[in-house]
Design a binder for this molecule. Structure first.
Ligand code: FAD
Ligand code: AMP
Length: 478
């Protein structure tokens, strides 16, 4: 007789491991299946986010940011340092150590919460049975009352740029480059492309980003995209828009990249090329033909607003379902599904999911953009406050960027918060909290923000919505 669980989660990324821990906290007998193994053959939890995504990329961004500041920005404070060097191998080893600690941490959390780890490849069979194939080929079938599919995503590969050992890399390979290339090409000016491009540009690599679309960061608010493009260009990132990569060739250990822009066929030669053209849902081998779960036309697992699939008692969350491919979105869906399973009222607010690009300065937003709202015919009022007018930002020598708040002209309700700034990733949660609590701009105006803080820019942007910011001239015409 196979073991029975109340909940089996397939996939231990930020969607799956969070769902498993929450389900166990709620008293459910829970198991989590994970196929990821490290180079020693041991199962590692944490998925893309902890192993090859959010965390390692931020570790590299932090190290290179410190290096860049020491070299170029600290002199203004009176700090001088000659012959600043970067030991790239040490930087990468530090990143690996953080990854190791965090993934081990999830193993510890599973033990502490009583979640059983099932090592191997999971497959959903009909009748909520889950088949687990271990690395040695042993197959075990488990019974579950509920199944949560959290199989995540994989990098998209494109035929013009097939991955080539050490030369043409996906986002995983890009995290393990262990010496500074002189030149680097990046295909795709999305979040991952810009973050990886920034890492190496800060170390002195000449970085060229090739982006097929004519507009930069089309998903972002136009002011954020404009400011971001200006600042990244100033940092030396050569972002070529309207440049569609059509082929690559390895010549003398370098990568020749062919692309087409408005002027015709072009080519560049780079030491390494990173392919960062997006990610696709990972569902291969996950679903038996008769399991009852459906995929949509783009290969995502089809779910409703509560993450329920077409098969009763089977849910799907995270990158393998519709919505933004973000770790916090996956985790919140995991919590929601566990709560729904035990009969709690639970729902996810898809309108308030913050997005962040961890360049320097960072770009972050939550809610609707100005262009979206205008297209929808919503009457809006906009307040903007530059960090150049913030005392604390001046003290930190971090005056690039701004906070922009968009409110409904009639109801005053905050509809979007957008920013570019050194610590935008931290500030954006203030926008998310305000929107989650259905704040008006006035609610934010009436709050007392501590001084001197960078957060005061959020307060001032809210005041600017009605022309009342104190530290900039913004009086509205009456
Ligand atoms: P995943 O994290 O992909 O986890 C899925 C897990 O399921 C994997 O461990 C996989 O091995 C396992 N699995 C799949 N199929 C099976 C099966 N059949 N049997 C057993 N196990 C299976 N997001 C952010 O929010 N912030 C960031 O800063 C950020 N930075 C990123 C940087 C990079 C370079 C990349 C690549 C991604 C980044 N992301 C970021 C995106 C984020 O990593 C994903 O949105 C998040 O990991 C999705 O979580 P998930 O649980 O759905 O899937
Ligand atoms: P994201 O999905 O945010 O990671 O962004 C990926 C980016 O890669 C998108 O902006 C795409 O337009 C871009 N892209 C996809 N294919 C190509 C290509 N062949 N050449 C250049 N850019 C591409």
């Amino acid at each position: 007789m196979s073991e029975k669980f109340d909940v089996i989660v397939i996939g231990a990324g930020p969607g799956g491991y969070v769902a498993a821990i929450r389900a166990a906290q709620l008293g459910l007998k829970t198991a989590c299946v994970e196929k990821w193994v490290n180079d020693k053959g041991a199962t590692v939890l944490g998925g893309t986010c902890l192993n090859v995504g959010c965390v390692p990329s931020k570790a590299l961004l932090e190290s290179t940011h410190k290096f860049h500041d020491t070299q170029h920005k600290n002199a203004v404070h009176g700090i001088s340092a000659d012959n600043v060097t970067m030991d790239v191998k040490k930087m990468v080893a530090r990143k690996d150590k953080i990854v190791g600690n965090l993934t081990m941490g999830i193993t510890g959390l599973f033990k502490a919460n009583g979640v059983t780890t099932l090592a191997g490849m999971g497959k959903l069979l009909s009748g909520k049975k889950v088949e687990v194939t271990a690395a040695d080929g042993t197959v075990t079938v488990y019974d579950a009352q509920n199944v949560i599919l959290a199989s995540g995503s994989l990098p998209v590969n494109i035929p013009p740029a097939p991955l080539t050992d050490g030369l043409i890399l996906d986002n995983e390979g890009a995290l393990n480059i262990d010496e500074t290339p002189e030149t680097l090409g990046v295909i795709g000016a999305g979040v991952i492309g810009l973050e990886m491009g920034s890492v190496w540009a800060r170390l002195g690599t000449k970085v060229t980003v090739l982006e097929a679309l004519d507009s930069f960061l089309a998903v972002a608010d136009k002011d954020v995209a404009k400011e971001g493009a200006k600042l990244l260009k100033k940092q030396g990132l050569d972002i070529k828009l309207g440049s569609m990569v059509s082929g690559t060739e390895i010549v003398d250990g370098k990568v020749k990249v062919f692309y087409k822009d408005s002027k015709g066929e072009q080519e560049i030669t780079v030491d390494k090329l990173i392919v960062a053209v997006g990610r696709r849902p990972q569902t291969q081998g996950l679903l038996a033909d008769d399991c009852g779960v459906k995929l949509d036309e783009r290969g995502f697992i089809e779910v409703d607003i509560q993450c329920k699939t077409a098969a009763a008692g089977v849910y799907a969350i995270g990158d393998s379902v519709r919505g933004p491919m973000l770790a916090h979105k996956a985790s919140e869906e995991g919590v929601m599904v566990a709560d729904i399973i035990v009969g709690h009222h639970a729902q996810m607010n898809y309108d308030v999911i913050p997005s962040i690009i961890y360049t320097h300065p960072e770009m972050a937003w939550v809610g609707k953009t100005e262009q979206e709202l205008k297209e929808q015919g919503v009457k809006i009022k906009v307040g903007k406050f530059p960090f150049a007018a913030s005392g604390r930002a001046m003290a930190s020598n971090e005056t690039d960027g701004f906070v922009k708040i968009i409110a409904d002209e009639e109801t005053d309700r905050v509809l979007g918060v957008h920013m570019v700034g050194a610590i935008a990733s931290e500030l954006i949660s203030q926008g998310a909290i305000a929107m989650e609590f259905c704040s008006t701009a006035e609610d934010l105006q009436l709050m007392c923000f501590a001084h001197p803080t960078v957060s005061e820019a959020v307060h001032e942007a809210a005041l600017a919505v009605d022309g009342h910011a104190i530290h900039i001239a913004n009086r509205k015409k009456r």
